[in-house]
Write a protein that binds this ligand. Structure first.
Ligand SMILES: Nc1ncnc2c1ncn2[C@@H]1O[C@H](COP(=O)(O)OP(=O)(O)OP(=O)(O)O)[C@@H](O)[C@H]1O
Ligand SMILES: [Mg+2]
Length: 354
């Protein structure tokens, strides 16, 4: 297949996945569906969707929003709160989002928009300006103690964030701990990953052979974000509509370089300026382990001055989210197999004479 003949790439690195390519998460979906039904019956619910960066929080929230609109007649509104530092910012962003939301059922959202129209200041080319003063007057009355009302507004609040954010919120306001039901998103299992790659490639009439599928899943290691980056690279490399081992490996190396340049070079190498740190990194990169290693094993290959810095190095790698501690004392584990691969590739490259 010639590149110019290719259809739309079914991969969405950096964007929530479209409903058609959404896979897995059945247990989490069941839990949210239960809450959605309660809201439909009139009981407010609050869910905190948690999981690490790129694990699929926004995607699951988007998928459930679509589902709840279609099946339970709820209105789904997506508010991005990044950059909001005050309650006022939050109020403005929320009203803006309601006004902009494309609705599945326009009659419903039109009623809501009518109610909110009193907060609209002047109309602008790319949207509306919110009348903050009017909002400030009404806001506290509207939001106060909805859950305690005899007939509360059946709102479903679904907040997405890493676990750290949730703990921060609890520190600021203890009741947060019991307000939210927690839904935790974990890495995908092998069959979810297979399902994803099959669905995505099949949509473009591309098949994946067994060896290649194994490699794609192995290097994605359950991280949906990596699945999309690797899948996209492989999609563009493939020439004949069949993903084989060769296509998969080439794509994986490209994806590792892409992630390495963005993450390792920008955030890790820059943060670890010292020469000893860099040489420890190279030695670690070339050691023959998969994801997990013992500190003592790494130390064996280090010089005296590197040995002294090894502890600090490992702590900083943990802080930078490259490594985490294992269950066994002195064990360290790479968070991402692609980052591990990049560090290996870099270390090998330094050895080859130019
Ligand atoms: N269930 C899924 N099926 C297929 N792809 C998914 C799924 N969940 C997430 N993805 C893909 O994984 C990547 C990360 O997803 P998403 O943006 O939803 O994660 P997130 O947890 O919200 O990330 P962040 O912490 O950066 O906000 C995206 O490329 C998305 O398309
Ligand atoms: Mg997100």
């Amino acid at each position: 297949m010639n590149v110019s003949m290719k259809g739309i790439s079914p991969f969405y690195p950096g964007q929530p996945v479209p409903v058609d390519f959404f896979v897995g998460r059945q247990k989490e979906i069941d839990k949210i569906v239960r809450a959605v039904r309660q809201v439909e019956l009139g009981k407010p619910q609050a869910i905190f969707l948690t999981g690490e960066y790129g694990i699929g929080k926004s995607s699951l929230a988007g998928f459930m929003r679509f589902y709840a609109e279609k099946e339970n007649h709820l209105l789904g509104i997506h508010v991005l709160l990044g950059g909001a530092v005050s309650l006022e910012d939050l109020a403005i962003k929320t009203v803006e989002a309601v006004l902009k939301t494309p609705a599945y059922d326009p009659t419903l959202i039109d009623k809501v928009r009518n109610v909110l129209s009193k907060y609209v200041g002047k109309q602008e080319l790319f949207g509306v300006q919110i009348n903050l003063e009017a909002l400030k007057v009404d806001g506290p009355n509207i939001s106060d103690e909805n859950a305690l009302c005899a007939k509360p507004l059946p709102l479903m609040l679904m907040l997405c964030g890493v676990e750290e954010r949730r703990r921060e919120m609890i520190q600021h306001h203890q009741p947060v701990e019991r307000i939210f039901d927690i839904v935790e998103i974990n890495p995908m299992n092998e069959s979810e990953m297979r399902d994803f790659f099959n669905k995505a490639f099949q949509s473009q009439n591309i098949s994946v052979n067994e060896e290649a599928m194994h490699l794609l899943c192995h290097y994605s290691a359950g991280f949906p974000k990596i699945m999309h980056i690797v899948g996209d690279a492989v999609f563009w490399i493939d020439q004949d509509g069949i993903i084989d081992k060769d296509d998969a490996l080439k794509g994986i190396v490209l994806a590792a370089e892409d992630i390495g340049r963005k993450f390792v070079d920008q955030q890790v190498l820059k943060a670890l300026r010292s020469k000893d740190y860099h040489s420890i990194m190279e030695k670690m990169g070339k050691s023959p382990f998969d994801l997990s290693f013992q500190k003592t094993a790494l130390e064996k290959g280090l010089s005296d001055s590197e040995k002294k810095k090894c502890n600090n190095f490992l702590q900083r790698m943990k802080k930078l989210k490259v490594l985490r501690s294992g269950d066994v004392q002195g064990e360290y584990i790479f968070n991402s197999r692609l980052v591990r691969l990049y560090i290996l590739l870099n270390a090998i490259k330094k050895d080859t004479p130019k």
